[in-house]
Structures are given as structure tokens and as C-alpha cells.
Design a protein around this ligand. Structure first.
Ligand SMILES: [Zn+2]
Ligand SMILES: [Zn+2]
Length: 1013
């Protein structure tokens, strides 16, 4: 019958196998076939975490991520689920804007308006679309089966409408509002950053560290001593915080009296290299309400206006005695903690820095200067007016913008907010109801992150994003939140407006008429990209336009992303889900690590350590990439290593050789799994067959459990152990001689039936890991072997196991038998006795029950494997018999953990002849391979041997002829007659030999066929 993937190579050849498989999948549209077949099955909603299409080549970590997802999807299809597999792309956001800015060579937000928003936004869209197409091709190359024809793109109008709808829902519930918030701000990009983005990148920055005297109101020589590392926030000072629970002092320093925490005196003395004299000690509470003067009062306009407002306030949370002076300068417009205390004391929120990070007019002398750059000038002014006690520089980790590396500043700004801070308990309950793999991802990491839950600032002051659907009236206070395009057009004062798409600037052409008669225009903000991706659970379903679809699929059964998504996507999804749908949008979360280089550094193009999946594919292949990443403990970081990949490719060759062996012999013997079922053969199974069946059932059990728990790496490792140790190194070796038997005996068919079952089970379990290799093998060996086999390996049902087939005893006995066999191999090695040399007897002395019963259970197998005529077990007490002086020369021994093996070294003439014959067979086999003969081809063989050997070897003539498939075999001491054929000289046991082989014509059809290994 036709093999759909073409003829397969004898040796593992990833390129050829994978190209053939790809061709087959494309020609027969196998992906669609699989999806259709599963469409009536129970649902499994996999939700793709959308990558940013900010570059055309995905990071290798993203490829690991996609391969993990693919393995889960394939597993669930095999288990009989209708899997939703729509991929997504997170198209909006600053990284794309920055790329387009670069293209135009522009540096500020203003410049964008100069080149025109229409062109800018159109370019952003095109950039996102092109990169997502390129990334898709990479994922497809890796065999990732997702619905690539219809990904969800967060910039599609339909997706944007879903975002709008959900904001309107939040609005209706009173959870969407606008107000002042202290945020991290990038002065270069002129926008707010998320808390999540703030923690992404830090730099060691050198900043001033200064001690400044603030004069107590009405006291010429009395000062509150504060410490700050942000002199540029001093113009915005409105209060000083002290700790109500700490002791404070008035202390004399020169002519001045300073107020500071008692615990900080020593440190200040050290720094200023001067002695202080304590005049008075008192609790911090006594300072509350004390008014003071700002040292910048004469330079900063805003400070002049504040004279009556400035005072000392109390805070035990935010004033520590670990550093500084215990008197904390407070600027609620430039610090989150300051802001909280400011709200509590009803302090004015003074914020003197504009969007570009420059001082406003109210900053007086400093207006127009960049905030951080004004530090030096402010320090100089403090020195001049005598308020600076001491200044130094410190180096500290400060957040910088992860996109443009500019140091961030903190400012209070007007933002749009989705209120979630009050929902903390609900969130924690949802997190507890979610299944987390590993469990600490949720139980500790995510819960820790939620401890600092704040309201969600969703507005961004940029262009390429979902426009916030908020229209405000210029004449009154009316605010309208719009939930869909239809609603927008209905309410538009020009309903026939041609709206190209819902982005800026087109959407801003739509004006609404207010109740008051005034005109309503949209606010300029767009939405943070995290809101887009956070809405994915319902927005990708087109909610609320397709209620049936949502009802069927929602919520997601499974998501998987990297460990950075605790504070990212896992968090956004939860917030959007709870606010709009009322519950968490996912049931199971799997968290994976990062891909680093072999030294543990992040991979960057600039470091020269950036590796792409394409390079791995070109050098080794697609399956190996998958196998390599999938065996990595999922939640740990993967240190990428070419050496490791090379090693793993050896595993795949071993798998391949095992299949080639099985397929070759089963084909030769026309083995029919239908005819020779294991059930039918139950009575002819050997112990080693039963052992392999036990191992197979156990492997199915363990791999299934690992896949159910999303411990995919454990599944891969168990399968590897099964294929390499149990099948290749053990069983295949044990059954070789049984497969050489010509007749269709039940014994031989038992070996085939056992091997077939083991291989097919392993094959199905490998389909999620190695989709290309398994398809090729399936088409070659299994597809036509049984009438009900499906069109593709990827429609095979996941195998099931039976507990009654798993035998702890048989497996333990096999382990013991293998240990004994390797002890015997050690003896042979020490005595230079080849494995091919039969020995008379082997005695095993052991008191281990398992070792002794293992000897009995597997006695036939061990006799053959150890190449001995007899094998016996004795108790340890009886072993002296083989160790007495007269015996010790005859018996060689080796210890193993449970005892000792003894090998009888005495060889008869017959033993020597048999050993030699086997040596010769092995060399003739090698010559047959070099001649590239088919395994069932017949030959004529001439053996030219040393004179003294000829007679000895004649006793083995029949054996030799049979083993090497020779129709004629002659043994002589000289070359006679025709010398035609392939000739080769050999040295065996230091004697010279020559063998001449000639291939004979193919036997007729009904002729008895023999095989050789
Ligand atoms: Zn920036
Ligand atoms: Zn109005």
C-alpha cells in the first residue's frame, strides 16, 4: 500500500523526515481534518497569551512557549477534546510607536503630529501586521498547530469594540472613573507606565544625597533636618513626616539647633564630621502640626503660596529610622507614599513638572528646566542660602523606561482608572479557586503580587492603542462612555460619517451632541495595551456580539505563559475578567521559565548570544528543538546549550533505529497485529514479554498522569527512559534471536505483538512532543497495519492502561537480572573473554529473594544473554566452595550489590569452536552490510583459515552457513577456484583469515526464507 510520507531513510535524517511530513500535512490538509473530526467532542478552551509583534523574529523563549502550548493542545485532541486553538497578537503599544518613530527619525511626541497621525497610525498597523505574519511562519515551522488563518488581533475593530463594551460595563457598575493618581512617568515618551512595566528595568544611577535644614517658623536658629535623594522634588514640598513612635531630639550643632530622630544622630555626626549636643528629648507626636519655612521659598513661586499650609505630619508606616534623619521630606505630587499621607492630612497636591519632565511656570527660578537636571542648581542654591548641611552622592537602583531607558519620574496626573483595589478579597478567592502549575506560582507569587493591589490606571497619553471611548462636553460636566461602533454612530452629530477604523485620528472626527446643546469630543487618551490583552478571554470570542460562542467556550480551561506574567497577563486577565464577567476567566494556569544563554544571561542581539529557532532547525531539526525545550523543567529557566541539543539528537536517532528494526522485521515476516493479538497469544508470552507489557502499561499510566498535571517535561523524560532503556537497550536486544526464526511460531509472534503494542503506545504518547517524526513512522509502519487506523498519527486516541497488567514483581526481577548480567559482563571484561565465547557455567550467590527469583523467571533469557550452558543460584553461605584455593583458579568472580557471580573459566574444544564461529559470523555480517545486501539476500561464502583451525571450524560449518545466509560455504586453507566476489582479510585471535562473499540471485517466491541480523 501507498506510504503517504515517501520512503524513509534507514538512518535518522531529520530534514528529510520533516520535509516529507510537512508535505503530507499540506497536501492532505491534515490540520483541518483533525479539527473537524474533534468538533463534536467536549470543549477545551485554550487561550493564547498574545505576543507583541514588535519584531519579525520571535525570541526563542516565545518559541518554547508556543511549543508547550502545541503539546497541550495535541494531548487534549488525542484525549478526545474539541480544542479552541486561536492564536493572538498583542498589536498595540509603545514599542511599535517607537519603531515607527525611528523609521521617521523623530524624537518627540510633538514630531508625530507634524508628520501626521493618519500616516503614523497606518504605519503602526502595517508594522504589527507584517511582523505577526513573519512570527506566524516561525511558529508554523515548529509544527505548532493553531488556527493561524484567523488569529485574534487586538487592533481589529471588533476587538476594540469588545474593549469598549467592557469599559462601559465597568462604567455602569461605577468602576470606571477619572482622577488624580501618582504614577511612574516616562518624560521621553510622555506617558504613564504600568506598575508592571516599572519593575521591568532598573539601572544603577548616581544621585545626590543631601541633608537640608528647614527653618522652624518663627525660630531664627531652629531647623528640622531632612534628607532626600531627589532634590528636584524640594520645590514641591508641602510637609515633613515624622514617626510618632520614635524619639526625637533638639541638638546643638555649632550655632544651630537641629530637630531629628535620636537614633540618627550618630550617622549625621559621622557624615558632617561634627559633634552634636542633645538639648532635649521628646516623642515624635509632639512635632505634629509644627510649621516651618521652605529654604526655596524665595525662588519657587508655588512655595510662596504655601506658607500657611506646610507643617509636620505623622506617619509610622513611611518613616523609618534605618536611613536619613527620621524627618522625611514629603511631596505628595511626586511620591506614592507622600500622596497617601497627603490625602490623610488633606494636604495640597503640588506637582510642578509637565509631560516632558520640565518644571512648570510655578517652579519660579527653575521653570522650563528638566527636573532631574535641575538637581545641581538646587543644591547650589541651598548651599548659597546656608540650608545645606551636607551633600554626597549615592548609587542606587532606579527604574528606567524599559522601552527608551530614560530614568522615570513620579508625578501625580489626571488618569482614567478601573477601580479594583477594593476587590482584593474577591481576587484572592479567585486565585485560590484556580489550579496553578506549579502551585507556588499562585499560592505564593501571585498572592504576594495581589497584596499591593491598586486601582488600574488604564489611560495612556499616546496614539497607537484602543481609543478610550469617553466623550466629554466642553460646555458642561457631561461624560459619555460608548460601548460599540453602532452606538457611537447612532449618537454622532454626523451619523453618516465615514469611519475608516476605530483608531486615532479617525475616531476623533466623531462628535456627539450633549443634552445641554454643547458639543462632546473624545478625550485624547488611548488604552493601556494590558487592557487589550486582559480582555482576550471574551474579546477573542467577539463578545458580546456572539453570545452563543461565549456561552459555549467561556471561561478558558487553560493558559500558559512565562513567569513575568504573574504581574502581567495573568493579572490583567483576572482584573478584566472579574470586572466585566464577574469571575476569573481561567481555570488552570501553567507558568514557564525564561530561555537564557549557557552562562545564564538573557539573550540579546547586542550581546551576540541571540539564538533563533531557525538556526536550531537548520542544524538539527524541528523535532529536536521541541524535544529539547519540552524536557526542560517547565517552571525553571532553560539555559540554552548547543552541546545539550547535540546529545538529545542522539536520543532521536535511537528512537528511529528501534522503529526501523521493528518495521524491517515485521514487514519481512508480514506480521499482522489483527491476526496475532496479545490476547490470543497470552499463553505463549515469555516472561520478558510480560515484563515489557508491564513497563508499557506503567509508562502509559505515568505519562498520562504527568500530562494531566501539565508536567510535560516529566512525560518526556518517562518516554525517553521507556524508549531508550526498556525498548532499545533491553527488549529489542533480547528478542533479536527470536525474530531470526523463519517459521511463523507463536513465540516469534509473541515478541512482535508485544513490541508492536509497546511501540504504538509510545508513538501516540510522542505525537504531542515529536509531531513530524511520529507522523512519518505512523504512515510507514502503522497506518496500514490495522483496518481502523486513522489517516494521521494525530487522530490516534491516547492509549489506556490496565493496572492488572503492571507487575512490580516482574519489573524488580528484571532489574535484578540485568544487574547480574552486567556483573557477568565485568568478569568477562577482566578475563578478556569475549561475549561471543560460550562458557560452561555461571553461579550466582545471593540471599536476595528478588535476585534468586529473577534468575528463575528469566533463566532462558539469561542463559542466552550471558552465553553460558548453565546458570544456577546458591545461597551466600555456600559460595566458599568456589573460592577455596583449588577452585579460585577455575572461577572468576565479580560482586554486585546483592551478591557475587562466579564464572567457570574452563573451556572445551567445542566451546572454543563455537566462540570462533561467532567471531566469524560477526565479521561476515559486517561485510554483508558493506556490500549493502538486503537482510534476506543469499550468498556464497569462501572462508580461508589457518591450517590448525580448519578441522576445528568444520564442526561449525552448518551453523556458519545458517547464520550468514550462505547457500554454499567452504572452509579451506588456500584460495582455490574462482576468486570473484567481495574479499576481505581479517585477524582473529592474532591469526590471519580471509573471507570472500558473492551475492546469489534472489530466491523464488515460495522458497524458504531465512534472515540474519
Ligand atoms: Zn520611555
Ligand atoms: Zn453639555
Amino acid at each position: 500500500m501507498k506510504n503517504h510520507v515517501g520512503e524513509l531513510p534507514k538512518l535518522y535524517d531529520a530534514k528529510r523526515i520533516e520535509e516529507n511530513t510537512k508535505k503530507f500535512w499540506n497536501q492532505e490538509d491534515i490540520y483541518q481534518l483533525v479539527k473537524e473530526r474533534k468538533s463534536q467532542c467536549p470543549k477545551f478552551y485554550f487561550l493564547d497569551g498574545p505576543p507583541f509583534p514588535s519584531s519579525d523574529t520571535p525570541h526563542i523563549g516565545t518559541c518554547w512557549n508556543k511549543v508547550l502550548k502545541d503539546s497541550v493542545i495535541r494531548y487534549h485532541r488525542s484525549k478526545g477534546y474539541n480544542v479552541r486553538d486561536q492564536p493572538g497578537y498583542d498589536c498595540h503599544g509603545l514599542p511599535i510607536e517607537l519603531a515607527i518613530e525611528q523609521k521617521f527619525g523623530i524624537k518627540t511626541k510633538k514630531d508625530i503630529e507634524h508628520i501626521g497621525l493618519e500616516e503614523f497610525v497606518t504605519d503602526c498597523r502595517e508594522f504589527a501586521v507584517n511582523n505577526s505574519k513573519s512570527m506566524t511562519r516561525t511558529f508554523q515551522e515548529l509544527g505548532v498547530w493553531m488556527d493561524w488563518a484567523a488569529p485574534y488581533m487586538t487592533h481589529d475593530d471588533e476587538y476594540i469594540e469588545s474593549d469598549w463594551w467592557s469599559l462601559k460595563e465597568a462604567w455602569k457598575k461605577g468602576l470606571f472613573e477619572h482622577g488624580l493618581r501618582v504614577v511612574h512617568w516616562c518624560p521621553r515618551d510622555e506617558t504613564v507606565l504600568s506598575d508592571y512595566e516599572v519593575v521591568l528595568e532598573y539601572k544603577m544611577l548616581r544621585d545626590p544625597s543631601i541633608y537640608v535644614k528647614f527653618q522652624v517658623e518663627g525660630k531664627e536658629n531652629e531647623f528640622v533636618l531632612i534628607w532626600t535623594t531627589t532634590p528636584w522634588t524640594l520645590p514641591s514640598n508641602v510637609a515633613i513626616m515624622v514617626n510618632p513612635e520614635a524619639e526625637y531630639v533638639k541638638a546643638r550643632l555649632g550655632n544651630a539647633v537641629l530637630i531629628l530622630a535620636k537614633a540618627r544622630i550618630k550617622s549625621v555626626e559621622d557624615k558632617s564630621q561634627s559633634q552634636m549636643e542633645i538639648i532635649e528629648t521628646f516623642p515624635g507626636t509632639r512635632l505634629e502640626g509644627l510649621r516651618y519655612r521652605s529654604p526655596l521659598e524665595n525662588l519657587v513661586t508655588a512655595q510662596k503660596k504655601l506658607i500657611d499650609a506646610r507643617r509636620i505630619v505623622l506617619s509610622k508606616e513611611y518613616v523609618t529610622l534605618e536611613e536619613g534623619t527620621g524627618c522625611v521630606h514629603s511631596a505628595p505630587g511626586h511620591g506614592e507614599e507622600d500622596y497617601q499621607v497627603g490625602l490623610q492630612y488633606n494636604l495640597p497636591i503640588l506637582m510642578l513638572v509637565n509631560d516632558q519632565g520640565r518644571f512648570l511656570e510655578d517652579a519660579g527660578k527653575y521653570s522650563g528646566k528638566f527636573a532631574r537636571e535641575a538637581n545641581a542648581e538646587i543644591i547650589e542654591d541651598l548651599k548659597t542660602n546656608g540650608s545645606l548641611l551636607y551633600a554626597e552622592e549615592i548609587e542606587h537602583r532606579s527604574p528606567v523606561c524599559w522601552r527608551c531607558k530614560t530614568p522615570l519620574i513620579i508625578r501625580a496626573t489626571d488618569q482614567w482608572i478601573v477601580r479594583v483595589a477594593h476587590l482584593k478579597d474577591t481576587f484572592i478567592k479567585e486565585v485560590e479557586a484556580t489550579r496553578w502549575v506549579p502551585d507556588w506560582a499562585g499560592a505564593s507569587q501571585f498572592k504576594n503580587w495581589l497584596a499591593n493591589l491598586k486601582d488600574w490606571v488604564v489611560s495612556r497619553q499616546r496614539f497607537w492603542g484602543t481609543p478610550l471611548p469617553v466623550w466629554t462636553c466642553s460646555a458642561c460636566v457631561e461624560v459619555q462612555v460608548i460601548g460599540s461602533k453602532e452606538e457611537l454612530l447612532k449618537r454622532s452629530s454626523t451619523p453618516t460619517i465615514d469611519l475608516l477604523n476605530l483608531h486615532v485620528p479617525w475616531v476623533d472626527k466623531v462628535k456627539l451632541r450633549c443634552k445641554c446643546g454643547g458639543e462632546m469630543t473624545r478625550i485624547p487618551d488611548v488604552m493601556v495595551g494590558w487592557y487589550d490583552s486582559g480582555a482576550a478571554s471574551y474579546a477573542s470570542l467577539g463578545h458580546p456580539k456572539n453570545p452563543e460562542l461565549t456561552k459555549y467556550w467561556w471561561p478558558a480551561d487553560f493558559i500558559v505563559e512565562g513567569r513575568d506574567q504573574i504581574s502581567g497577563w495573568f493579572f490583567s486577565l483576572l482584573k478584566a475578567g472579574v470586572v466585566t464577567m464577574g469571575t476569573s476567566p481561567y481555570k488552570t494556569v501553567l507558568m514557564h521559565g525564561f530561555v537564557l544563554d549557557d552562562k545564564g544571561r538573557e539573550m540579546h542581539k547586542s550581546l551576540g548570544n541571540f539564538v533563533t529557532s531557525q538556526e536550531v532547525i537548520e542544524k538539527f531539526g524541528r523535532d529536536i528543538f521541541r524535544y529539547y525545550v519540552l524536557q526542560t523543567t517547565i517552571w525553571e529557566d532553560l539555559r540554552f546549550s548547543w552541546d545539550a541539543i547535540k546529545q538529545y539528537s542522539g536520543d532521536l536517532s535511537t528512537f528511529w533505529n528501534t522503529y526501523v528494526f521493528a518495521s524491517t522485521y515485521m514487514t519481512l515476516d508480514k506480521f499482522q497485529p489483527q491476526k496475532w493479538s496479545l490476547k490470543k497469544l497470552a499463553q505463549s508470552l515469555r516472561p520478558e514479554d510480560k515484563w515489557l507489557l508491564s513497563r508499557t502499561h506503567r509508562t502509559i499510566k505515568e505519562v498520562t498522569a504527568a500530562m494531566e498535571d501539565y508536567r510535560i517535561h516529566e512525560a518526556v523524560r518517562k518516554l525517553k527512559n521507556f524508549l531508550i532503556e526498556d525498548l532499545s537497550h533491553t527488549y529489542v536486544r533480547y528478542i533479536r534471536r527470536r525474530t531470526w526464526i523463519e517459521k511463523e511460531t507463536a513465540d516469534k509472534q509473541s515478541a512482535y505483538a508485544t513490541l508492536y503494542f509497546a511501540l504504538k503506545s509510545a508513538l501516540v504518547m510522542l505525537t504531542p512532543i515529536l509531531p513530524f517524526l511520529t507522523e512519518a513512522i505512523y504512515q510507514d509502519m502503522f497506518r496500514n497495519a490495522e483496518p481502523k487506523n486513522p489517516e494521521t498519527a494525530h487522530l490516534l486516541e491516547w492509549p489506556t492502561y490496565e493496572d492488572k497488567m503492571i507487575s512490580d514483581e516482574l519489573e524488580a526481577e528484571m532489574d535484578a537480572a540485568k544487574t547480574i548480567a552486567s556483573a557477568v559482563a565485568v568478569v568477562r571484561g577482566e578475563k578478556a573473554l569475549k561475549q561471543r565465547q560460550p562458557v560452561r557455567r555461571i553461579i550466582v550467590a545471593s540471599n536476595s529473594k528478588t535476585a534468586r527469583s529473577g534468575l528463575k523467571t528469566y533463566s532462558d533469557l539469561l542463559l542466552e544473554q550471558m552465553n553460558t550452558r548453565s546458570l544456577s543460584g546458591i545461597s551466600v553461605e555456600k559460595k566458599t566452595k568456589y573460592e577455596q584455593p583449588e577452585s579460585s583458579a577455575q572461577f572468576a568472580k565479580s560482586n554486585f550489590p546483592d551478591g557475587t557471580v562466579y564464572l567457570d573459566l574452563k573451556l572445551t574444544r567445542r566451546d572454543v569452536a563455537e566462540g570462533l564461529a561467532r567471531d566469524i559470523v560477526r565479521r561476515i555480517q559486517q561485510m554483508r552490510k558493506e556490500m549493502d545486501l538486503k537482510v534476506d539476500a543469499y550468498i556464497e561464502a569462501k572462508l580461508i583459515v589457518p591450517h590448525k583451525i580448519r578441522k576445528l571450524l568444520r564442526t561449525q560449518q552448518r551453523y556458519l552457513a545458517h547464520e550468514v545466509r550462505a547457500k554454499r560455504l567452504t572452509i579451506s586453507t588456500e584460495k582455490t577456484g574462482s576468486q570473484d566476489g567481495f574479499s576481505k582479510a581479517w585477524e582473529i585471535n592474532k591469526e590471519k583469515y580471509e573471507f570472500i562473499l558473492r551475492e546469489l540471485p534472489v530466491p523464488k517466491r515460495n522458497e524458504t526464507r531465512r534472515k540474519s541480523s
